[in-house]
Design a protein around this ligand. Structure first.
Ligand code: ADP
Ligand code: MG
Length: 320
């Protein structure tokens, strides 16, 4: 029979690379590089809300860290340390082993040390806190958008939401598209390097976790500005364009959560620099609209008609 301490040792203790004291004592010790601020963020994943209780444990492990790395990318911080608080309904070593493998594969990919946490019994619930470094006063924030700024998004939007819609039997995806969209939903690739590259360029940034309209809305509110975006300029997969109804694409692209792409604003003078970053990272970055004075967010279709949609994004406390 495994005790709590055997489990911690077996599944959550690894050699650290940039930590003075890691898992095993009452607190971890880290050293922040001179001239830097510590960026800290937490994200909780609850079975049944953020993932299906029977989801592949490898994917749950990967995603629980990846969504936190995405928050570091959004503020332009270099992620370095994480803690993991986990509640498990029972000691399922096969599940733990796969969860731990997914978690540490992500940690190794992005060079992050797991430095501590808590392990208890309870309904399956995973809470990760991540810490990263950003040169003092260089963090990207939501409140820096300026009138005239271009609005950009990385990658493609809507794919994770399409994968989810398939799992919920709302649409039917096939073959490669099904796999790609499920991968995007279960194993998101946080835009860590893009976040770092944008430090001296972006005026504001956010990661798209709840849906473009909802998350861009946070930038607009924090910056006291409005925006106009062009639906056709928002990147989505060719598969969706050719196989799915316009209504579904709109809903997923504008309001689908779980993409973990970055949305940011930057001066129109920096278009060339952004193109260079896109080339260097081999990651499409698309100009989808502009920041304007006033309040509100307008989406225009190809005929310059206003597009309206039912739901702007995911909200855990929204009334049904
Ligand atoms: P304490 O009782 O002092 O709070 P714990 O017994 O909860 O400590 O944990 C023992 C050590 O294992 C601590 O260093 C803690 O940070 C670490 N730890 C516990 N659970 C996890 C986990 N899921 N992942 C990583 N480290 C963990
Ligand atoms: Mg203690």
């Amino acid at each position: 029979m495994s005790t709590e301490f055997n489990l911690i040792e077996k599944y959550f203790t690894r050699t650290t690379r940039q930590t003075d004291l890691g898992v095993g004592d009452d607190a971890a010790l880290i050293r922040v590089t001179d001239g830097h601020q510590l960026a800290i963020s937490s994200d909780m994943l609850i079975a049944g809300t953020h993932f299906f209780a029977d989801a592949a444990p490898y994917d749950v492990g990967w995603k629980s860290l990846a969504v936190n790395i995405s928050d570091m990318a959004a503020v332009g911080a270099n992620p370095k340390w994480a803690t993991l608080a986990i509640a498990l309904p029972k000691t399922d070593e096969a599940w733990l082993s796969e969860f731990s493998r997914g978690f540490f594969t992500c940690a190794d990919t992005f060079n992050i040390d797991l430095i501590g946490g808590d392990t208890t019994r309870g309904p399956l619930n995973i809470s990760v806190t991540i810490m990263g470094e950003v040169p003092t006063n260089k963090a990207l924030r939501r409140n820096g958008a300026q009138v005239g700024d271009d609005i950009w998004v990385s990658g493609q939007l809507g794919n994770a939401a399409l994968g989810l819609a398939h799992l919920e039997d709302k649409i039917k995806l096939e073959n490669d598209a099904l796999q790609a969209n499920l991968d995007k939903l279960h194993k998101p690739a946080p835009r860590a390097t893009l976040g770092l590259a944008l430090r001296n360029i972006a005026h504001s940034a956010i990661d798209i976790s709840d849906g473009l309209l909802s998350d861009l809305g946070h930038i607009l509110k924090a910056s006291n500005v409005s925006a106009e975006i062009q639906l056709d300029a928002i990147p989505c997969s060719t598969y969706s364009k050719t196989n799915l109804s316009e209504n579904i694409i709109r809903q997923c692209v504008l309001a689908g959560g779980d993409d973990y792409e970055l949305c940011f604003t930057a001066s129109q003078h920096d278009r060339e620099k952004i193109q260079e970053i896109s080339n260097a990272l081999n990651l499409p970055i698309s100009h989808i609209g502009n920041i304007q004075a006033g309040r509100g967010l307008i989406v225009l279709d190809a005929n310059k008609k206003t597009v309206s949609i039912e739901k702007t994004g995911y909200d855990h406390f929204a009334k049904p």
